[in-house]
Design a protein around this ligand. Structure first.
Ligand SMILES: NC(=O)C1=CN([C@@H]2O[C@H](COP(=O)(O)OP(=O)(O)OC[C@H]3O[C@@H](n4cnc5c(N)ncnc54)[C@H](OP(=O)(O)O)[C@@H]3O)[C@@H](O)[C@H]2O)[C@@H](O)CC1
Ligand SMILES: Nc1ncnc2c1ncn2[C@@H]1O[C@H](COP(=O)(O)OP(=O)(O)O)[C@@H](O)[C@H]1O
Ligand SMILES: [K+]
Length: 525
C-alpha cells in the first residue's frame, strides 16, 4: 500500500470522519500509543527508564497511552506533564489516569520548582518520547513549552517524536520559534508534509514506518478532496493525491525479465541533444537509458558534434540532424521507430524547429534541460506542450522551473509543492521537480515525494542520467503498459538510491550503480 501524505487540516478531517464512523478519540490514541511502544522498544539504546513529555492536546494523549503499554511490558516510565492533569481534554485525562494505575510516575512540570523535575528525569532517561505538540501547533513556542523543548534538546538524550517533532509546522516544516531535534519521528496514521518541507529534515531524524491507528485508507484518500491543500491555489492544479515512495514502491518499478524477452521487449529510446561544448550530456542520457534497462538507444545530435558524440558510443546508435532530414512535418515518420523520445540534454537553445516537430508527434516525450529553456522562452512552444496528444514529462531543476514559471529560484523553492502543481497546470504534463526530495506531479495533481537521494547527486551530468532513465520507463510503458506514474516514481527513486551509495563520483559511474541495483531488483522479483 502507498504511504499517504496529508496536511494538518486533512488529518484533522480524517480523524473526525473516523470518529463520525464510530471510532472514538480514545481508541485512536490507544492505537497510536501501542505503536509508540513498539517503536520505543525497537529503538531504545538500552533497557531503562523512558521519559515521556506531554503537552495539552491529543499528541499528549498518544504519549499517555504509550506509557501504559510500556509499563505493561515492564519498562520504567516517567510522564512529565507540561499541562496539569485537570486541564487536559477528557479522553487524554483518561489515558493519563490509566497510565498512573499501572505504575507510570506522573510529574507536573508547570512551575519553576517542578521544572527542575524535568531535568532530573531527563538525566535518568535512556530515551525521551516527545508528546508535547503534534499537528495542532498553532503559534510560536513560549513559556514552559519552549523551555521544555530547549531542555530536551540540551539533554543529549535520543528523542522519539510522536507524529512530528514538537514545534515543527506539519504543513510547512517551519520552526515555530524552536523545535525538538528528534532522533526518530513516528508518523501517526499518515505522513505530514512538514517532515520534508522547510527545516523539517533537520529536525525529524529517521522517519519510522507509519503507525496504523485504524483509520481506513479510503478515508485518508477522501481527505485530499474534502480539504484543499494549503499549497493549492488558482494557478495550480488542485492536489488530487499525495504519496511517498518507499523501497517497495521503487522495487515494483523493475519487474523480473521474462526468460523469453528480447531487446525489443524493453523499448527503443531516442535521445535528441548535444551541441558544441556539450557533447557529454546526450551520451550520459543514453547511458542512463541503457543502465535502467532500455533495449535499444539512438542518439540524434547536430552535424557539427556528430563525430564527437559518435566516437566511443559503442552501444548507442548515433545519427546527425542532416542524416535524417529532420523537417518538423516529417518528425512523426522519423521517430516512428522510437518508443520514447528524450529531448534537451546539452542541445543548445537553437533547435526550435526540431523541437516543434517532436512536440507534434504522439510519442511519449521527456523534455529536459535546453528543451525546457526553449519552451520557457517561447509561448508557441508552450502551447504545443499543452496540446500534445502523447504523454509528456518535464524534468526541470529549480532554475529551469523558475524560468518556466517566470519567477525566481527562491520562489520555486519556498513552496516546492505549489511550484510543481503550478507547472503541472501550466503545461498539462507530468512534472519532475528535481532537487533534494524531488517532487513528481501528474497532470491531474497526483503528487509523489521521493525521499531518496543525496547531495552526492549535485554533480554535472546526474540529471542527464535521470532523463535517460525516465526515457527508458516511458519506452517500457509503451511496450508493456502499466501505471506510468509508478514507473516514473520508480526511476526517480532508483536514481536517488543509487546516488546514496558510495563508490562513484562521476555521473557515468552513477549509471553503473543504477544498472547493478536495477539488475539485482529484477532478479529478486
Ligand atoms: N484528533 C485526534 O483525535 C487524534 C489525534 N492524534 C494525535 O494528536 C495530534 C493532534 O492533536 P491536537 O489537534 O490535539 O494537537 P496537538 O498538537 O496535540 O496539541 C495542540 C494543542 O496545543 C496547544 N498549542 C498549540 N500550539 C502551541 C504552542 N506553540 N505552545 C503551547 N501550546 C500550543 C493548542 O491548544 P490551545 O492552547 O491553542 O488551546 C492545542 O490544544 C496528532 O499530531 C496526533 O499525534 C492521534 O492520536 C489520532 C487521534
Ligand atoms: N542535494 C541533493 N539531494 C538530492 N538530490 C540531488 C541534490 N542535488 C541534486 N540532486 C539530484 O541530482 C540531479 C541533478 O540534475 P540536474 O541539476 O539537471 O543536473 P545536470 O544538468 O548536471 O545533469 C537531479 O536528479 C537532482 O534531484
Ligand atoms: K510530538
Amino acid at each position: 500500500m502507498s504511504v499517504r501524505i496529508l496536511s494538518a487540516a486533512q488529518m484533522r478531517w480524517a480523524d473526525a470522519a473516523a470518529m463520525a464512523a464510530g471510532m472514538t478519540g480514545f481508541d485512536l490514541m490507544d492505537r497510536a500509543g501501542k505503536a509508540v511502544t513498539d517503536a520505543v522498544l525497537e529503538h531504545m539504546p538500552d533497557f531503562g527508564r523512558v521519559v515521556i513529555v506531554t503537552g495539552s492536546g491529543n499528541n499528549g494523549g498518544d504519549g499517555f497511552a504509550a506509557a501504559r503499554y510500556l509499563r505493561q511490558r515492564g519498562v520504567p516510565v516517567t510522564l512529565v506533564m507540561l499541562t496539569p492533569l485537570d486541564q487536559l481534554p477528557e479522553n487524554v485525562r483518561l489515558h493519563a489516569q490509566l497510565a498512573r494505575d499501572v505504575g507510570a510516575k506522573l510529574r507536573e512540570a508547570v512551575c519553576d520548582v517542578s521544572f527542575t523535575e524535568l531535568n532530573r528525569w531527563l538525566a535518568r532517561a535512556v530515551i525521551v518520547v516527545d508528546a508535547i505538540l503534534g499537528s495542532g501547533v498553532n503559534r510560536v513556542l513560549a513559556g514552559r513549552v519552549a523551555e521544555a523543548v530547549a531542555q530536551i534538546n540540551l539533554s543529549g538524550r535520543p528523542v522519539l517524536s510522536i507524529d512530528i517533532a514538537s514545534g515543527l509546522n506539519a504543513d510547512t516544516g517551519q520552526v515555530m520559534g524552536d523545535a525538538i531535534h528528534a532522533g526518530y519521528t513516528l508518523p501517526v496514521a499518515a505522513c505530514k508534509w512538514g517532515y520534508w518541507m522547510g527545516h523539517g529534515p533537520e529536525y525529524s531524524g529517521t522517519l519510522l514506518p507509519v503507525a496504523c491507528i485504524g483509520i481506513e485508507d479510503a478515508l485518508l484518500c477522501r481527505a485530499w478532496s474534502a480539504v484543499a491543500d494549503p499549497s493549492a491555489c488558482e494557478y495550480t492544479v488542485p492536489l488530487n493525491s499525495a504519496n511517498f515512495i518507499d523501497v517497495e514502491a521503487m522495487e515494483r518499478g523493475w519487474p523480473r525479465r521474462s526468460r523469453l524477452s528480447h531487446k525489443g521487449s524493453f523499448g527503443h529510446v531516442w535521445v535528441f541533444g548535444g551541441s558544441p561544448g556539450f557533447t557529454g550530456a546526450p551520451k550520459l542520457a543514453a547511458l542512463g537509458a541503457l543502465a535502467s534497462g532500455a533495449g535499444l538507444v539512438s542518439v540524434v545530435c547536430p552535424d557539427e558534434v556528430w563525430p564527437v558524440v559518435a566516437a566511443g558510443s559503442l552501444e548507442a546508435m548515433v545519427h546527425s540532424h542532416s542524416s535524417r532530414c529532420w523537417q518538423s512535418d516529417e518528425a512523426e515518420e522519423v521517430v516512428a521507430q522510437a518508443d520514447a523520445v528524450v529531448a534537451g540534454p546539452g542541445w543548445g537553445i537553437g533547435q526550435q524547429s526540431l523541437l516543434t516537430g517532436l512536440l507534434a508527434t504522439s510519442r511519449p516525450l521527456l523534455l529536459d534541460a535546453d528543451a525546457l529553456n526553449m519552451i520557457a522562452a517561447d509561448a508557441r512552444l508552450q502551447a504545443s506542450v499543452r496540446e500534445r496528444s502523447g504523454v509528456t514529462v518535464l524534468t526541470p531543476h529549480p532554475g529551469e522551473a523558475a524560468r518556466m514559471l517566470g519567477c525566481s529560484v527562491d520562489e520555486v523553492q519556498a513552496d516546492r509543492k505549489r511550484s510543481v502543481l503550478k507547472l503541472a497546470r501550466c503545461y498539462a504534463s507530468w512534472v519532475v521537480l528535481k532537487g533534494h526530495e524531488t517532487l513528481i506531479s501528474s497532470p491531474a495533481g497526483d503528487l509523489t515525494l521521493n525521499p531518496f537521494g543525496s547531495p552526492q547527486l549535485a554533480v554535472a551530468g546526474s540529471g542527464d542520467v535521470l532523463a535517460g532513465m525516465l526515457g527508458r520507463q516511458l519506452a517500457f510503458w509503451r511496450r508493456q503498459g502499466g501505471d506510468i506514474g509508478s514507473m516514473i516514481a520508480a526511476a526517480v527513486a532508483l536514481h536517488g538510491s543509487a546516488g546514496e551509495r558510495s563508490g562513484w563520483y562521476l555521473a557515468s559511474e552513477l549509471a553503473g550503480v543504477v544498472a547493478s541495483m536495477r539488475q539485482s531488483i529484477e532478479k529478486r522479483h
